[in-house]
Design a protein around this ligand. Sequence first.
Ligand SMILES: CC(C)(COP(=O)(O)OP(=O)(O)OC[C@H]1O[C@@H](n2cnc3c(N)ncnc32)[C@H](O)[C@@H]1OP(=O)(O)O)[C@@H](O)C(=O)NCCC(=O)NCCS
Length: 305
Amino acid sequence: MQESDFGAARTILQIAFGTFLGVPDLSSFAADKDYIATRWRANPEAALMAEAEGVRAGSNFATNWGSFGFFGPLTVKPEFWNRGVAQSLLGATMDLFEKWGVREAGLFTFAQSPRHVHLYQKFGFWPRFLTAIMEKSVGERSEGEPLKYSSLKESEKREALEACRVVTDAIFEGLDVTREIRSVEDQQLGDTVLLWNGDTLDAFAVCHCGEGTEAGAGCCYVKFAAVKPGANAERVLEQLLTACEALGAERDLTRMEAGVNLGRSRAYRSMLEQGFRTAIQGVAMQRGDLPGFNRPDVLVVDDWR
Ligand SMILES: CC(C)(COP(=O)(O)OP(=O)(O)OC[C@H]1O[C@@H](n2cnc3c(N)ncnc32)[C@H](O)[C@@H]1OP(=O)(O)O)[C@@H](O)C(=O)NCCC(=O)NCCS
């Protein structure tokens, strides 16, 4: 994908999802969100555009989180559906995963769609647990000002990035969301909230805030949050999501959105107890029969959309 493709890619995304979901005004679909320019800027080589019969026909985005990769949003212009465009994009996506050397890979899709499940199974992905996209309104439960990555000095930022890597590596060897943290900072999409316990980082959360990001108008979206494994992890997750909510309140946002795989049953239950309710449910499909980091003991909040 080139920058000159952004407009076409946005239109295709709106028409494709809008048509599949039966949205009456296609141009209104996710009009306040941006996945195209933001993901391209995060990693241009991972943004793929398909051409068919001389026109732009579809796109897909791969995400490199170290030892783990996922892809989406994958969208194809409806007049090209069922003509193999998605499969050619997915072939190129699998080549990227191979080049990056990801150990495991996954995606989020519509659980009720046999067509989607069939398509991804052709590339070795199998349906596993549901993923709940949860929400709650931004409330009063703030515990003071959250510590934000954007407020740190350069040397402290380097330390924080290394500490975040230590947390994710302890959860799933090689898992690394540095690119996500940097992309939010460089593109001013939101902020990363950090919870330190002395010299040790207990937890962190990468948040998108408001219009023109993956969150959308009025929303604080927790794109990736992780708690260091250990005792009191649920308590730390609660403190972390409270800090995210404080970030949302600081920015005058009214709604929190955060996804969790139901295989991470402790995280899911904790979020329910904190007042999150499921807005949408999809299914996570994963390569092989491995759970990856969708395990009961893992306190990670993300949804692979
Ligand atoms: C999902 C989407 C990307 C697929 O794109 P596409 O270019 O039509 O896909 P392809 O033609 O490469 O492959 C579709 C496959 O599904 C099969 N299929 C179609 N309807 C099916 C059904 N009801 N049940 C099972 N398989 C079905 C096709 O036959 C084809 O498989 P085959 O090659 O083995 O025959 C496209 O429909 C789209 O943009 N949808 C809206 C956005 C969306 O849902 N994105 C994905 C979000 S996870």
